[in-house]
Design a protein around this ligand. Structure first.
Ligand code: ZN
Length: 89
C-alpha cells in the first residue's frame, strides 16, 4: 500500500485574496434601489446611507459609475462652498 497524501496537497490551491479596497469583481450589481447597473465600486453601507442614497444592503454595498459619482458629489459639500467664493455675486 502506498501513501498518497502528498499528491492531495498539490491539488489544494492557495487562494489569492482580493484586498483591493473599492474594486469590484465583475457581476456585482449596483445596490441603489431601482438601479441594477454593473457596479464599479464597493463601499460601506453606512457611508452611502449618510450621503442620502437609498440602498439595499447592510454592511457592504455596490455602486455603479453614476451612483458613485453621485455619492462623491454628496460627500463633498465643502468643495461647493469653495467654488461659490470664486464666483462672487
Ligand atoms: Zn447605480
Amino acid at each position: 500500500m502506498k501513501k498518497n497524501s502528498a499528491s492531495l496537497t498539490k491539488a489544494h490551491k492557495v487562494k489569492v485574496r482580493e484586498n483591493n479596497l473599492g474594486r469590484v469583481s465583475k457581476g456585482e450589481k449596483c445596490s441603489v434601489i431601482g438601479c441594477g447597473k454593473e457596479a464599479k465600486r464597493s463601499l460601506s453601507a453606512e457611508k452611502v446611507k449618510m450621503a442620502g442614497i437609498s440602498i439595499s444592503g447592510e454592511k457592504r454595498v455596490y455602486l455603479c459609475e453614476n451612483h458613485y459619482k453621485d455619492y462623491k458629489k454628496k460627500t463633498k459639500k465643502e468643495r461647493k462652498i469653495e467654488q461659490w467664493r470664486y464666483k462672487g455675486v
